[in-house]
Write a new protein. Structure first.
Length: 372
C-alpha cells in the first residue's frame, strides 16, 4: 500500500557498498571477474562522470581504468579503486589489464552494451587463455534495488518536479504554446542545477490522445484537457510524473474519464508491495479501466522502474515477468486516450518497501484542477 510523502525516512536497501555487493555477485556467478564498460554502470559503482572508462572487479580485484584526459577527474571522483591510466590504444590497454588480472580465467562482459566490432577487437587482443562471457545484466540487477541515499536523490528530483508543476499552473497555460510550456519547465530545472529526465510532454486537446506526443506550436485553448509529463534529473537520479489539468469547463465524458483514471491510479498504488507480480499490479488498474468501458484506450503498460535512467527494471505491464522487490522505484501511470479528442494520464513515482507500506514520492495534487 502506498503512502504520500510525509517526511519519513527514505526506504531502500542498505548494507554493503556497491562494489562489495558486485564482488559478491561476481563470486557467486562463477566468473573470475567482471569487466564493466557501460558508462551509467561505471558511474553507479565509482561516481566517475567522464566519458571513457572501464572497471574490472571480482572477489580480489577492484581496478578502475581511464585515459590521460581524465586522470585528474578520476583522482577526484573515484575512491576505493586502484586507478590505472591506460597509455596508447584504449582497447589494447583494457585487454592487457584484463589478461593480467584474470590469466586463464573467465571474465564477464556487458555484451548488450558492446558493439560486435568492439567485442571482436577486445577478444582478439586478450592473452593467457582468458575467455569472455556475457554477464547478463549483473550491474543492472544491483542497480534495481535502491539504497537510502539513492531514494533520497530521487525524492529530491521528484520534489523539484512537483514545484515546477506548481509554477506552471500559477503561470497559466491558456494562450501559451505546448513548446513554450515545455521550454519553461526545462529552463526552471536547469536554474536549479538539474536537467530534464526526458523531453517533457505537453499535449493539449486532441494531442493528449497520443501518449508520447511531442510539444509543438499549438496554442493551449480554453476548455480542454492538457497532459503534462516531465521529470528532473538531479545529482545523477531521475524523477517522472504526469498530471492532467483542465483549462476551463470540459465535457462530461472527459470528466468521467479523468475520474476513472484517478481511481485506477489510486487502486494500483494501494496494490504496490514487495513480492507482488508486476503483471498483477498492472491488472488492478487495467481491470478497473476495462470495467468502465475504456480497456482498449489503455494501450501501454502501467509503469516502469526509475533510477539513474528514466527507464529501468522492473516493467509493470500485462506481460511482465517481474516481481516487485524492496528498493524498487516504479511509476504508476494509467491512462485513457480517445483518438482525435483528448487523453488523460496520471502518474506517480513510488518506492517499494519491505514492510508493505510503499512511499509515494509524487506530492502534487491529483484532483482535477482548472488552470487559466
Amino acid at each position: 500500500m502506498a503512502e504520500t510523502p510525509s517526511g519519513s525516512k527514505p526506504e531502500g536497501v542498505a548494507a554493503a557498498t556497491r562494489p562489495e555487493r558486485l564482488s559478491e555477485a561476481v563470486a557467486s556467478s562463477g566468473f573470475d571477474a567482471l569487466l564493466v564498460t557501460r558508462p551509467v554502470n561505471i558511474e553507479y559503482l565509482t561516481g566517475f562522470t567522464g566519458t571513457n572508462a572501464a572497471c574490472l572487479t571480482g572477489p580480489d580485484i577492484r581496478v578502475f581504468l581511464t585515459d590521460f584526459r581524465y586522470a585528474d577527474r578520476a583522482a577526484t571522483e573515484v575512491a576505493g579503486w586502484d586507478v590505472e591510466i591506460v597509455d596508447g590504444e584504449w582497447l589494447a590497454g583494457v585487454a592487457r589489464c584484463v589478461s593480467e588480472y584474470v590469466p586463464g580465467g573467465t571474465a564477464g562482459i556487458e555484451e548488450n552494451h558492446l558493439t560486435m566490432r568492439t567485442g571482436k577487437l577486445l577478444t582478439k587482443q586478450l592473452t593467457g587463455g582468458l575467455s569472455l562471457a556475457d554477464s547478463g545484466g549483473m550491474v543492472e540487477r544491483l542497480r534495481r534495488s535502491k539504497d537510502a541515499v539513492e531514494v533520497a536523490a530521487i525524492a529530491a528530483a521528484a520534489e523539484l518536479t512537483d514545484s515546477i508543476y506548481s509554477e506552471l499552473f500559477e503561470r497559466g497555460l491558456v494562450g501559451r504554446t505546448e513548446a513554450d510550456v515545455a521550454g519553461y519547465a526545462v529552463g526552471r530545472m536547469r536554474e536549479h542545477g538539474a536537467e530534464p529526465s526526458f523531453t517533457p510532454i505537453v499535449a493539449a486537446g486532441p494531442n493528449g490522445a497520443s501518449p508520447h506526443a511531442e510539444p509543438g506550436p499549438r496554442e493551449i485553448r480554453e476548455g480542454e484537457l492538457v497532459v503534462i509529463d516531465m521529470g528532473s534529473r538531479l545529482d545523477g537520479y531521475c524523477s517522472d510524473c504526469t498530471r492532467t489539468v483542465a483549462t476551463g469547463e470540459i465535457e462530461d465524458e472527459a470528466s468521467r474519464i479523468y475520474e476513472v483514471t484517478l481511481r485506477a491510479n489510486q487502486s494500483a498504488l494501494e496494490a504496490v508491495a514487495a513480492g507482488r507480480s508486476a503483471a498483477e499490479i498492472d491488472g488492478v488498474a487495467r481491470d478497473l479501466i476495462t470495467r468502465a468501458g475504456y480497456g482498449e484506450q489503455f494501450g501501454h503498460g502501467l509503469g516502469h522502474g526509475v533510477g539513474m535512467e528514466i527507464h529501468e527494471a522492473p516493467r509493470l505491464g500485462p506481460r511482465s515477468d517481474d516481481t516487485l522487490i524492496a528498493g524498487d522505484v516504479v511509476t504508476v501511470e494509467p491512462g485513457i486516450y480517445l483518438s482525435g479528442r483528448y487523453g488523460v494520464r496520471i502518474e506517480d513515482l513510488v518506492v517499494v518497501s519491505a514492510d508493505g507500506i510503499s512511499r509515494n514520492l509524487s506530492s502534487h495534487p491529483k484532483d482535477l484542477i482548472k488552470v487559466d
